[in-house]
Design a protein around this ligand. Structure first.
Ligand code: ZN
Length: 120
């Protein structure tokens, strides 16, 4: 995706098509053909030119909309990760399970005792 709004222009001299920055395609202005290297007026009364002018206008609007959309996204706060209310409790449970596992590794015989100590 180009940063610039681009538009296809047909050269009235050589009939070749080239791509121009929509920013430069304005009614009453002119365009330069890279094929035959001729400058031609962007005359609104010319049907083909008017279509190009309309396409350029639409391309500029789309680009503006896209930029506004991006700005809007940046302005919005980042989406919050859904945090279940019971996460701390769950985390504590996980830690206590790990604790129990470590205690079992330390001394399997004292597992029940260790649990009792904790509860006390
Ligand atoms: Zn040309």
């Amino acid at each position: 995706m180009s940063l610039n709004a681009l538009v296809d222009v047909n050269c009235p001299h050589c009939q070749k098509q080239f791509v121009e920055n929509a920013k430069l395609i304005r009614a009453g202005g002119s365009a330069w053909c890279p094929e035959c290297e001729q400058l031609f007026a962007l005359d609104e009364t010319n049907e083909a030119i008017r279509k190009v002018l309309d396409a350029a206008k639409a391309a500029r609007r789309r680009r503006k909309d896209r930029l506004n959309d991006l700005k809007q996204r940046w302005a919005d706060p980042p989406p919050q990760a859904a945090t279940p209310a019971d996460t701390p409790r769950t985390l504590t449970e996980v830690l206590s399970v790990l604790d129990a596992l470590l205690l079992r590794l330390d001394d399997g015989k004292d597992l029940v005792k260790a649990k009792d100590d904790k509860a006390a």
